[in-house]
Ligand binder design. Structure first.
Ligand code: PLP
Length: 361
């Protein structure tokens, strides 16, 4: 069946390469877990986990029990930790499928340990989200419960290496971990935190964004390979006069004779409404402005400044590519690139550039 649906292409080999980049950054003494929550940031949990396993990744973090079960179906040997916390009615599932809940409250730890379920322990060190605070950790120590398999926390400001809050959280984390058995493996950082220095790595890092090619630490050049390409069909090309308007509410006013392209991608495919009149698409190597308003199924591009013979109806127009990363679109849409991936991934057809098949069970 032919389709004008926009396509999100995912390069699985690049995801494998990015896993190896992180491994070499942290060194052999530090474990690297893949964070594949939210359907692997919209790229397709079920498609990325086997290539990651083949690349040597044996530990995965997911958002929900549902995602954990999905990973277990494909990877019988992997370690799987669930960030959403403990569901009291699901003890049997944790046990039978060897899934590790990340306990976010004292009550969850008590519930897990009462049933001898192995668990990870989340500590609140200054993110202002989930996890045990200092006093709660002290209460837990007094209860003398079964120790966690992993103790973790999460940095709020790791994207900004100069932010003093990083050190504050690290010091709190170190202090709280000292209350636990010294053999308990510790994990503090996600992608950007890897670049804060080896003293932030502890025994394990939890990597999402970097695997998918995002450059949260803002390094030049981006040490991670581009993973995603978002491309859509050019449906029509037409010439409009100076003074004509384009799109809902006439949001674009042609101040010159303008060659207009209509592209089969709109906000229902995750193209943020805010990018119009701010961001660029790429066609045949040319940057072309997205103009007017993004509508539900379409958007308009201005082709006036590129050679006419290079713009053909039916051509593919890139909205995310190696040269126009998701970060660019995120900036125009006043959001983070993770949201761009999740929105477009969830609503476009996904195609995969296959990794060589390997040794996963
Ligand atoms: C999402 C998440 C990560 C991964 O974050 P990235 O910055 O995308 O690498 C790690 N740890 C926790 C607790 C998370 O919620």
């Amino acid at each position: 069946m032919q389709s004008h649906e926009p396509v999100l292409s995912v390069d699985l080999t690049a995801i494998q390469a990015n896993f190896s980049v992180v491994q070499s950054l942290v060194g052999p003494a530090v474990g690297v877990s893949a964070v594949v929550k939210s359907d692997a940031y919209g790229l397709g949990l079920e498609r990325v986990i086997a290539p990651l396993w083949d690349a040597g990744c044996t530990s995965f973090f997911v958002a929900s029990l549902k995602e954990a079960i999905s990973v277990r179906r494909h990877l019988t040997q992997a370690d799987i930790a669930i960030l959403e916390g403990l569901l009291k009615g699901s003890m049997k599932v944790y046990r039978e499928r060897r899934l590790t809940p990340v306990c976010n409250t004292l009550a969850e730890v008590v519930a897990a340990t009462s049933e001898a379920i192995p668990y990870a322990l989340n500590l609140e060190t200054g993110f202002g989200r989930l996890g045990l605070r200092f006093e709660e950790l002290r209460s837990l120590i007094h209860l003398r419960r079964q120790a966690p398999d992993l103790v973790m926390s999460h940095l709020a400001c790791a994207d900004d290496a100069a932010n003093a809050h990083n050190r504050v959280q690290k010091n709190r984390f170190t202090g709280m971990c000292a209350m636990l058995a010294p053999s308990t493996p510790r994990s503090l950082v996600a992608s950007a935190g890897v670049f804060l220095g080896a003293d932030y790595h502890f025994e394990r890092v939890r990597i999402g964004s970097a695997l998918y090619g995002l450059n949260n630490a803002g390094l030049t050049p981006n040490p991670f390979k581009p993973v995603v390409r978002l491309t859509a069909r050019l449906l029509d090309i037409r010439q409009i006069h100076r003074g004509e308007r384009v799109g809902y509410m006439g949001a674009f006013l042609a101040d010159r004779p303008t060659r207009l392209g209509i592209v089969a991608i709109g906000y229902r495919h995750g193209l943020a409404w805010q990018v119009a009149n701010r961001a660029f698409a790429q066609l045949a190597g040319w940057s072309v402005p997205i103009i007017g308003r993004v509508s539900m199924e379409y958007c308009a591009i201005d082709l006036t400044d590129m050679p006419a013979k290079l713009a053909r109806v039916g051509a593919w127009v890139d909205f995310i590519s190696a040269t126009a990363p998701a970060e660019d679109m995120a900036r125009s849409a006043a959001t983070v690139p993770q949201e761009i991936l999740i929105r477009t991934g969830a609503s476009c057809a996904r195609r995969y550039r296959q990794a060589p098949t390997g040794r996963h069970p």
